[in-house]
Design a protein around this ligand. Structure first.
Ligand SMILES: NC(=O)c1ccc[n+]([C@@H]2O[C@H](COP(=O)([O-])OP(=O)(O)OC[C@H]3O[C@@H](n4cnc5c(N)ncnc54)[C@H](OP(=O)(O)O)[C@@H]3O)[C@@H](O)[C@H]2O)c1
Length: 259
């Protein structure tokens, strides 16, 4: 019998790693993708010995189009079906747009937007053909508002949310669902890489990655389209509907400032 896998991008740490544990706990075989071979191997060994599941680790830089294509073709050649696709790999960058590095921001767009879109384009048709499958895109609370001092990052996450909601509508009538997990600040390697560990936002109440992924996984499995863990962050995504956009933007600016 062929196995049906959960493919998780950015599984070498943070939210992706914890989601891999959620899938493994439920007995799903997993394909873990990231750039850090050593971290993937260590996580894979632990998952195999703890949950007795099949684990495949694949080292790829998903900001590179050819590596996305080769990932898909390698799995297809081995006749491995991906039933769960988790587009999690992503990063942010703190600073005024006029001062931040263009190459990092273009790389962010390649990973947060292009890779997510490309992987969905490749794996979704197979899911629709088999009439089974689920895609989880990791957006953010940032998707619901403009984000001064992280201008490009917030905009990439707005894309992820909009893309997910529209695709969910197109998939009606199939057995395939697509969800957007929208965490608020969460304790992972993200804030260090984005250089915002000292921002008011992260200092005042970042959530545990275990809670975020547990809630996210459960609601994803139920097919919920937009998932925002934490009451305070659900409120933070609800209020923007009722307040002037300029006022919202200036409030976000204040929360983004470094203490
Ligand atoms: N933490 C938060 O506060 C927060 C809040 C909302 C949304 N998010 C979103 O959650 C997702 C996961 O972030 P995280 O918080 O778990 O951050 P993290 O701890 O920094 O993990 C990021 C993961 O992405 C992988 N990655 C980075 N660049 C990659 C590339 N070019 N190719 C393949 N994999 C790559 C990293 O692995 P390698 O370095 O080994 O490649 C790592 O596994 C991101 O999309 C982020 O935007 C995070």
């Amino acid at each position: 019998m062929s196995q049906h896998y959960a493919l998780i991008t950015g599984a070498s740490g943070g939210i992706g790693k914890e989601l891999a544990y959620q899938f493994a706990k439920d007995g799903h075989p997993v394909i873990l993708v990231a750039r850090s071979a050593d971290k993937l191997t260590a996580i894979g060994e632990n998952l195999k010995s703890t949950y007795n599941i099949e684990v495949i680790t694949v080292v790829k830089d998903l900001s590179r189009e050819e590596e996305i294509q080769s990932l898909y073709e390698e799995l297809k050649n081995k006749k491995m079906h991906v039933d769960y696709l988790v587009n999690n790999a992503g990063f942010g960058l703190y600073g005024k747009f006029i001062e931040t590095a263009l190459d990092e921001e273009l790389n962010m767009i390649d990973l947060n937007i292009r890779a997510l879109t490309h992987l969905t384009k490749l794996f979704l048709p197979d899911m629709v053909k088999r009439n089974r499958g689920k895609i989880l895109n990791i957006a953010s609370v940032a998707a619901f508002m403009p984000g001064p001092l992280m201008t490009v990052y917030y905009a990439t996450k707005a894309y992820v949310l909009s893309f997910t909601e529209a695709l969910e509508n197109e998939l009606k009538g199939t057995n395939v669902t697509v969800s957007a997990l929208c965490p608020g600040p969460t304790k992972t390697g993200f804030s260090d890489r984005a250089q915002l560990s000292n921002s008011k936002l992260f200092q005042s109440g970042a959530m545990d990655v275990e809670t975020v992924t547990k809630v996210g996984y459960k609601k994803f499995m139920k097919g919920q389209t937009v998932i925002v863990p934490g009451v305070q962050f659900r409120l933070a995504t609800f209020i923007p509907r009722f307040v002037p956009r300029k006022w919202l933007t200036s409030v976000v600016r204040r929360t983004q400032e470094i203490k």
